[in-house]
Design a protein. Structure first.
Length: 366
């Protein structure tokens, strides 16, 4: 009899949710019986149904909602669900309550390190709840962080990266951002894509850019919301490259822009896992410079598929940018290596196989 899995997640954003959805599309081909509770009016819901996966037009909206908890619980009972796999905060809280007293394994997803503390009572309604059977961590860094909060069975955690497929990115032809910005066609472009938050460390990236020698045709592109903060603008104006820092804002064609750049620079200082924007750049053959924070440091192999520098060390980050600019052969080598790394080490097929084994192991345990 096939293992029956109920997934609760939001699949409205096709691009963001595609790696996650690929897990269940793959498992359905391996004779798992998958049910997905999500908003039904979206592309991925249609993809699920085309693959023979039953989609239930439901997603919880409020924590501790009795009706929503009952909806989940009734479905688990009526469909003899073996595994409940939930992917966001509201689904986690309501899913755990729905599973109370039932013979169903509860799996939670965690995509970044931070904000789970053993001394915080709210942690015990989610990740530290005794009813949880497994925590699916998107990186070793996330798993290690959670294990520090678990006093008892540390076997509850498992690292399974959300894998990608480089073929997903084949259609993103380079957009001529140089022409749009009025730059020379030989300009060397460094890009960062993020919604600006403190954890992204953008001030360190701007300070690193300020360390570059004058006169170089190197430009920094910042794509995403809220980049033009008072702090960031002050750093830009204090340097000698203000005319070479470009705030692009939110762009729907951001992958086309990334595809036209020479290097992706990640300056994050904490709280992340394997950052999707970096994976996307690497899948496009754009090498990355990243900081050595837990989780993200697993994204690449230093010197072969990218460069790793110490977190908050803007001098080292600046030197790494200069190194790739000056060494065109290295830049090309890292770009090729980046694409190969995603294809082999962060491939979605590995994610499917590891998830399959995790489910089988869970069902086999009492």
């Amino acid at each position: 009899m096939p293992i029956r899995v109920l997934v609760i997640s939001n699949y409205n954003d096709f691009h963001t949710a595609r790696p996650e959805a690929s897990i269940f599309l793959g498992l359905a081909k391996l004779d798992f019986e998958i049910f997905v509770m999500t908003y039904k009016d979206c592309q991925l819901a249609r993809d699920f149904e085309a693959a023979g996966i039953q989609v239930i037009d439901f997603h919880p909206e409020k924590k501790f909602d009795k009706i929503e908890v009952k909806t989940i619980r009734d479905f688990i009972v009526e469909n003899r669900i073996d595994i409940l796999h939930v992917f966001n905060s509201i689904s986690t809280v309501n899913g755990i309550r729905a599973a109370k007293g039932l013979d169903v394994k509860v799996v939670l997803y965690r995509g970044f390190a931070g904000n789970i503390n053993w001394y915080d009572p709210s942690a015990y309604i989610k990740y530290l709840h005794p009813r949880v059977n497994k925590i699916f961590c998107n990186s070793i860094g996330v798993e290690k962080y959670i294990q520090k909060q678990l006093f008892f069975d540390k076997r509850k955690t498992i690292t399974i990266n959300k894998g990608h497929d480089i073929e997903w990115y084949q259609g993103y032809d380079p957009y001529d951002i140089r022409k749009e910005l009025g730059l020379d066609s030989n300009s060397f472009l460094v890009i960062n894509v993020a919604n600006n938050r403190r954890m992204k460390g953008i001030p360190y990236l701007l300070k690193a850019f300020n360390t570059l020698p004058e006169g170089l045709p190197v430009h920094l592109l910042l794509a995403g919301n809220d980049m033009e903060t008072v702090e960031n603008l002050k750093i830009v104006s204090s340097g000698k490259h203000a005319d070479k820092v470009h705030f692009l804002g939110f762009r729907k064609n951001v992958l086309n822009i990334v595809s036209s750049c020479n290097v992706f620079a990640l300056s994050s200082i904490r709280g992340e896992s394997i950052t999707k924007s970096v994976i996307e750049a690497m899948s496009l053959g754009v090498p990355a410079i990243i900081t050595d924070i837990p989780g993200n440091v697993e994204l690449l192999e230093h010197g072969k598929s990218g460069l790793v520098v110490p977190s908050k060390d803007y001098v080292s980050l600046g030197k790494a940018i200069l190194q790739i600019y000056e060494d065109k052969a290295l830049c090309k080598k890292l770009g090729v290596g980046a694409k190969e790394w995603i294809a082999t080490e962060l491939n979605y097929k590995k994610t499917i196989q590891k998830t399959k084994k995790m489910y089988e192991d869970l069902v086999a345990t009492n």
